[in-house]
Ligand binder design. Structure first.
Ligand SMILES: Nc1ncnc2c1ncn2[C@@H]1O[C@H](COP(=O)(O)OP(=O)(O)OP(=O)(O)O)[C@@H](O)[C@H]1O
Ligand SMILES: [Mg+2]
Length: 249
């Protein structure tokens, strides 16, 4: 049997009286897109935080390609091939889209550079191509804080892809984007992910997006995985309709 790319075992974490992970167990295999759904406060972001080293569980383990990464730093985990985009894009807002990608490329190559040194970076063409792939080629020289949220989301994902990850974790890639633009943005993201051959986990509240783009779905509820399966199996399930879909409207 093939080994999972990422495996979480018995994860547990409390914040005060809130239990954000309560015996979370999941195996994520290479290829495809897994959607994580569930009500607000269910522990979806906490799971991504544990997998990327931002939160340390009080119990349990995460392994990536068979290696225990539970106690590694976010930077060490990124170097192993797990990248992340946040619920709110974490970009250098005063700098251009291309500069943000060049900084990521320099970090990937372990070359520390100042923003003024960016013009000489050898990955410039590669990063310009990546911006094209996420439909933001014409925004390369625009400052990030002048751009709409949808473009910032796409640039944030391009920054994550610049690290050439094996596994990419996206926290609500379409949140903050107008409903009319969500499919357009997800089409671009899905195409870029397929082109990069990156296994993806994405947290999503919009069930139409889940239905169209996910191969597998895991349902979080009160720090636990309530159910998992294909979108057809999960989205029609009465518990999910009651606890998740009913809550989203
Ligand atoms: N660093 C923290 N300190 C205190 N409480 C936290 C912290 N991180 C998460 N929590 C709490 O843990 C619970 C789970 O939070 P989490 O952010 O994982 O939920 P979520 O499923 O991502 O929700 P949403 O859909 O609203 O983004 C919430 O009650 C949250 O307030
Ligand atoms: Mg969240």
């Amino acid at each position: 049997m093939t080994e999972p790319l990422l495996k979480a075992e018995e994860l547990e974490i409390r914040f005060g009286g809130v239990i954000a992970a309560d015996d979370v167990n999941i195996e994520i295999f290479e290829g495809g897109k897994l959607a994580i759904i569930g009500p607000n406060g269910a522990g979806k972001t906490t799971f991504l935080n544990i997998c990327t080293g931002y939160v340390k569980p009080s119990r349990g383990h995460v392994s990536f390609r068979g290696r225990d990464i539970t106690h590694l730093s976010p930077r060490q985990i990124t170097r192993l091939g797990v990248a992340r985009a946040f619920q709110i894009p974490q970009l250098f807002a005063e700098h251009t889209a291309l500069e943000n990608l060049l900084i990521a490329a320099a970090a990937r190559e372990r070359r520390w550079t100042s923003f003024t040194g960016l013009s000489r970076i050898p990955e410039r063409d590669e990063m310009e191509d990546l911006l094209q792939q996420v439909g933001c080629g014409d925004l390369a020289h625009r400052r990030v804080n002048e751009l709409p949220e949808g473009s910032r989301k796409l640039i944030d994902i391009a920054v994550a892809l610049a690290l050439k990850p094996t596994l990419l974790l996206l926290d609500e890639p379409t949140s903050g984007v107008a409903s009319s633009e969500k499919f357009q943005i997800m089409d671009i993201i899905a195409k870029a992910l397929d082109q990069a051959h990156v296994t993806t986990v994405f947290v999503e509240h919009d069930m139409m997006i889940v239905k169209r783009y996910a191969d597998q779905v895991a349902v979080w509820n009160a720090g636990q995985i309530q159910l998992s399966g294909t979108p057809a199996e999960v989205l029609e399930h009465p518990d999910v309709i009651r606890d998740v879909i009913g809550e989203e409207t």
